[in-house]
Design a protein around this ligand. Sequence first.
Ligand SMILES: Nc1ncnc2c1ncn2[C@@H]1O[C@H](COP(=O)(O)OP(=O)(O)OP(=O)(O)O)[C@@H](O)[C@H]1O
Ligand SMILES: Nc1nc2c(ncn2[C@@H]2O[C@H](COP(=O)(O)O)[C@@H](O)[C@H]2O)c(=O)[nH]1
Length: 204
Amino acid sequence: MKEEGLLIVLSGPSGVGKGTVRKEIFSQPDINFEYSISMTTRLPREGEVDGVDYFFKTKEEFEQLIAQDKLLEYAEYVGNYYGTPVDYVKQTLASGKDVFLEIEVQGAKQVREKFPEGLFIFLAPPSLSELHSRIVNRGTESDELIRGRMEKARKEIEMMNLYDYVVENDQVEHACERIKAIVVAEHCRLNRVQHRYHKMLEGE
Ligand SMILES: Nc1ncnc2c1ncn2[C@@H]1O[C@H](COP(=O)(O)OP(=O)(O)OP(=O)(O)O)[C@@H](O)[C@H]1O
Ligand SMILES: Nc1nc2c(ncn2[C@@H]2O[C@H](COP(=O)(O)O)[C@@H](O)[C@H]2O)c(=O)[nH]1
């Protein structure tokens, strides 16, 4: 029997460094999980490429995807829709590969309901003032959007206890190493459980 891949969900407030940490993880040669590219109605930022950073959609296209049940989860986040393509995730997991989602907190909550066996990691900032500096210094949002994202961040941080692990993003390299170690440990745990069940079934 082919084992399903592991669904890894990295979430946390805007500006904490999810994208930076994810890109660093995927730039490493020993990584063998697949990144699920999200759909969004947000306009591309400078340098962002359709089909690489996101699949950029109109509001009408996105609402059609919702109506057709094509999204594993979706959320309206500070004025735009974001969502995860369900077929890609299910097919990739079924092929035995791990899938990595980098999504905001409402979406992670929906995934938890559908995939309780997934691995949920909350990326936390060293402090709220550091989080604010990171969003401001990124220079991609207006003052109004930054205020909206910071307000959301306070509520999102309160939800960190719903996750399996909290990883502080003090330094990108340290956060990446911690996340990789958590994934390895989770695989070891799953292998032990699966091994026990296989033995049990063989004995039947
Ligand atoms: N450990 C870190 N130390 C200092 N700066 C960091 C760190 N991690 C990320 N940053 C910087 O913080 C800013 C926000 O990072 P990033 O865009 O990756 O956050 P994000 O959580 O993906 O945000 P969003 O949810 O809005 O997409 C970037 O300018 C990035 O370079
Ligand atoms: N619920 C989902 N959230 C997602 C998805 N893809 C990205 N995101 C999160 O949205 C915010 C804003 O992203 P930005 O690119 O505009 O800065 C951020 O927290 C992303 O992690 C998704 O498919 N579903």
